[in-house]
Design a protein around this ligand. Structure first.
Ligand code: SF4
Length: 485
């Protein structure tokens, strides 16, 4: 996202400068005179001469030496024409006067910032193609990880694929992405739309600036790196290599600057990521919203709401099914662990006894000799066949029975509770784990703190909070599990 949000302008500016250098016409008919003027310009500006690549310098015992090929580009001549003019003496004298740089820096000064400082001091002419590759794969990753599109679906994104819905005050409340969805065996794909979040929209905007106007495919390789191919976009193998290239670039960048936010090693090596992992990882995180990092939990909830609870839901590509399957598996793993735990307090609440009965039945399929089934494929099958329909929430555990549910809206599926509309204190499907009881007790304390500063509350708000406090306290008292003597 830093490439998309903070570095893209610099990469595009550097590319424009490189392209302008490549398009220069010859600087006058007399090459030696043009070279003398160019070298004088370096002297006037006290700028060191551009250097040949470091690998060539190392062949000369590490001494940097001027790059004649880059000087030729600046003059708008092919390098062999410059060589024919026998420029060595002239260039050596200029190098004695102003020195030699470490590369061929462009004039553009990077503006992107990391902790208030430029992310790069300069961009070398010969680094632009690498930067283009890094920017392109960064946009691919933002798309893949934050939208759930498959690689093939991303590769079919075209200019103009993003549309937005705006409120009357101009605020954009929805971003919609159009592409082809490839589900199952259909190799031709079907037109589909996805609801995506703002970072994805920003990556699309960068891609539209990245591609020339006559290139419809947003993921086409940069013109400077394009190979002859029947396909306008790279295949998955090439994208995998680009991902690996980005990982090693980030690692080298962080190592050079002793930054702690590099990419963590996996079993002592840099991770090898493939295009297939991003969609699955997003589904995994949305389903589990792993604890600990509150910000992470909120982010993925936000992501989920934006992608699936808009009026259009999201595409035919099956990502919603994939997330729901992952949610069912995550729930199955939690319930299997809960049912195997013989030392836990029993569930309280109106549906506590039923919860225990369902967990005991689930344990018959998932717990053997005290060990929970860990094989994911097997657990998926068990959940599909023997789902206990117990849903663990923060404040309540829902022991779902559609006939008694108070949360079902007419459009909602009867298969599942709508936890966002839960009415735990009134619904006979509610049960309480010890974690639920703790969360409710913490909530009571927070209410008490707020009410203690009650002078500052409006009377209506104060009244509502007092009601909530009274009802929550009564609910907890009513459903305190009895301690065995
Ligand atoms: S109201 Fe709450 S407890 Fe009742 S069915 Fe809905 S989610 Fe479950």
């Amino acid at each position: 996202m830093r490439f998309v949000d903070d570095f893209a302008d610099d990469v595009l500016a550097a590319r424009a400068e490189r392209d302008a250098i490549d398009a220069r016409p010859p600087a006058g008919p007399d090459l030696p005179t043009a070279l003398a003027e160019l070298l004088d310009d370096f002297r006037r500006r006290r700028h060191p001469l551009p250097a040949a690549p470091a690998r060539l310098a190392s062949a000369r015992r590490g001494e940097p030496f001027p790059s004649t090929s880059y000087l030729a580009r600046l003059l708008g001549y092919p390098v062999h024409r410059l060589d024919e003019a026998r420029p060595r003496q002239m260039i050596a004298e200029a190098a004695d006067d102003v020195g030699v740089n470490t590369d061929c820096p462009l004039a553009h000064a990077p503006q992107g910032r990391l902790e208030g400082r430029p992310w790069l001091e300069r961009i070398s002419y010969y680094d632009v193609a690498r930067m283009e590759r890094l920017l392109l794969v960064s946009c691919w990753i933002v798309n893949a990880y934050l939208s759930g599109l498959r690689d093939s679906e991303i590769k079919h994104l075209k200019r103009g694929c993003l549309s937005v819905q705006q409120a009357s005050d101009g605020h954009v409340y929805r971003h919609r992405l159009a592409s082809l969805a490839f589900k199952g065996e259909d190799v031709h794909g079907a037109e589909a739309t996805w609801i995506v979040t703002a970072p994805v929209a920003r990556a699309i905007a960068v891609l539209e600036r990245f591609q020339p106007q006559d290139q419809p495919y947003l993921l086409a390789p940069a013109p400077s790196t394009r190979r002859r191919s029947t396909f306008p976009v790279p295949n998955s193998n090439t994208t995998n290599k680009d991902i690996a290239f980005l990982i090693s670039w980030i690692t080298a960048y962080c190592d050079d600057r002793r930054r702690p936010d590099g990419i963590p090693l996996e079993r002592g090596r840099l991770p090898r990521l493939t295009t297939r992992q991003f969609r699955r990882t997003l589904a995994w995180f949305i389903a589990r919203r792993p604890g600990g990092a509150i910000a992470g939990a909120l982010q993925y909830r936000h992501q989920y709401i934006q992608m699936f609870e808009g009026d259009a839901g999201t595409s035919d590509s099956g990502f919603r099914d994939e997330v729901e399957a992952e949610q069912a598996l995550a729930r199955g793993q939690l319930l299997a662990e809960l049912s195997a735990d013989e030392d836990r307090p029993t569930l309280a609440g109106p549906a506590g006894a039923e919860a225990e009965a369902r967990l005991a039945e689930f344990a018959r399929h998932t717990v053997f000799d005290g060990q929970v089934v860990t094989d994911e494929a097997r657990l998926r099958r068990i959940v599909a066949r023997h789902d206990p329909h117990v849903y663990l929430g923060t404040f309540v555990t829902c022991v779902y029975n559609p006939d008694r549910a108070l949360c079902r809206s007419p459009e909602a599926s009867a298969d599942q509770p709508v936890l966002a509309d839960c009415q735990p204190q009134a619904c006979r499907n509610a049960a309480l784990t010890s974690d639920n009881r703790q969360a409710l007790a913490d909530h009571l304390l927070r209410l008490e703190d707020t009410l203690a500063a009650g002078d500052r509350l409006a009377p209506y708000v104060r009244h509502r909070l007092e009601e909530q406090h009274r009802a929550t306290a009564a609910f907890l008292t009513r459903h305190t599990p009895e301690i065995a003597e």
